[in-house]
Design a protein around this ligand. Structure first.
Ligand SMILES: CC(C)(COP(=O)(O)OP(=O)(O)OC[C@H]1O[C@@H](n2cnc3c(N)ncnc32)[C@H](O)[C@@H]1OP(=O)(O)O)[C@@H](O)C(=O)NCCC(=O)NCCS
Length: 145
């Protein structure tokens, strides 16, 4: 059974493992812990039969939401899991008065770009050499209803 829930301390190791598996410069466990204690940061977790299979970390900045990270375990990708999670994150933000969402995505990360396109995020600007490896970031934005 799939469910979306908030952060629990017992999820931290699994989130750190998925992060490590998904990104070139993953957040460490202590960076994740620091973020959890920031009241403007929201952690939303997707579970399959009680096991963590993905998470989304977002930052509330007034009427804007910045998506900081979203990832799903390799085994559970392309099954609609991130879509379920992201739908929840965006609709929760709308309930809290957020008007728009934005994020940065690597220029070469076509999988994530396709994912965000499926949510009607649009190119807003380009941040040149944004990442440690010199890659540009695309800033994608969506007005929320
Ligand atoms: C991006 C990511 C979170 C998507 O998770 P997912 O659970 O596989 O995504 P979903 O199955 O919900 O896909 C929803 C839609 O996104 C798009 N999409 C997802 N994966 C895709 C792929 N590999 N190729 C093309 N489109 C893709 C499709 O439109 C898909 O809908 P469809 O399957 O009906 O065609 C996952 O690939 C991931 O963890 N990647 C590594 C971390 C990362 O890059 N995060 C983004 C940082 S900016």
């Amino acid at each position: 059974m799939i469910e979306v829930c908030g952060f629990r301390q017992e999820f931290l190791n699994d989130i750190a493992d998925i992060e490590k598996d998904s990104f070139q410069n993953p957040w460490s466990k202590s960076m994740l812990s620091d973020s959890v204690s920031n009241s403007n940061v929201s952690f939303d977790i997707i579970l399959f039969d009680g096991k963590v299979i993905g998470y989304c970390i977002s930052l509330y900045c007034g009427i804007e939401l910045e998506i900081l990270s979203i990832a799903v375990t390799k085994e559970q990708r392309r099954k609609g899991n991130a879509a379920v999670l992201f739908k929840f994150v965006l609709s929760d933000a709308v309930k809290k008065g957020v008007k728009s969402a934005f994020l940065e995505v690597g220029k070469s990360n076509m999988t994530a770009q396709n994912f965000y396109k499926s949510f009607e995020f649009e190119l807003s600007s380009i941040r040149k050499k944004y990442y440690a490896n010199g890659e540009d970031a695309l800033v994608l934005r969506k007005q929320l209803k």
